[in-house]
Design a protein around this ligand. Structure first.
Ligand SMILES: CC(C)(COP(=O)(O)OP(=O)(O)OC[C@H]1O[C@@H](n2cnc3c(N)ncnc32)[C@H](O)[C@@H]1OP(=O)(O)O)[C@@H](O)C(=O)NCCC(=O)NCCS
Length: 141
């Protein structure tokens, strides 16, 4: 099974198809979460990033940031995508901080109704390849 090595975690590829690449996030041999690029649009060079580290005890150890940077290197340098976007609840300060640290910027916001009929605010965030390369001092290709 194909793996991407980060500094702290490894990403193990599961069930890729033309529109989605999905990885298990491994800490040693333990599966601690999942990360994916969904809705891959090859013509426009875009995809949506989603991540979940299952156990809150595993949060705030840098695993999410490491997994995201590792997947973004794959997205921009290997898959040659040019823009990765995501949606995040405005109240999810940890995720927001993590995404901003990696270089994502807020591009818009929307209100949506939850199943319990309360309103929640969602931020749309995006990161372009050139900004990622500048942010992380990667080589331009
Ligand atoms: C969001 C998520 C992927 C982040 O991964 P993680 O491994 O916990 O994140 P990291 O440890 O790499 O980084 C978290 C950062 O947020 C900071 N942080 C934590 N709680 C915070 C808060 N309430 N407000 C602001 N920053 C906060 C941490 O200090 C850390 O920043 P630092 O490295 O500058 O100190 C993970 O917490 C997760 O899977 N959460 C549950 C699912 C989820 O929310 N997914 C995202 C949906 S859009």
């Amino acid at each position: 099974m194909s793996q991407l090595m980060g500094g702290k975690v490894a990403l193990e590829l599961v069930k890729p198809n033309r529109y989605r690449v999905h990885y298990h996030i491994l800490l040693g041999t333990k599966r601690i979460g999942e990360i994916e690029l969904d809705h891959i649009a090859w013509r426009s060079g875009e995809a949506e990033l989603k991540i979940d580290i299952f156990d809150p005890l595993m949060h705030n150890h840098g695993y999410g940031t490491d997994a995201i940077i590792t997947l973004l290197e794959q997205a921009f340098l290997t898959m040659n995508l040019t823009r990765i976007y995501l949606r995040v609840q405005a109240s999810n300060e940890k995720a927001l901080h993590c995404y901003e640290k990696v270089g994502f910027r807020k591009e818009g916001r929307l209100q949506r109704l939850t199943e319990s009929n309360t309103e929640e605010e969602i931020f749309l965030m995006a990161l372009e390849k050139a900004r990622f390369q500048n942010h992380h001092h990667l080589r331009a290709i």
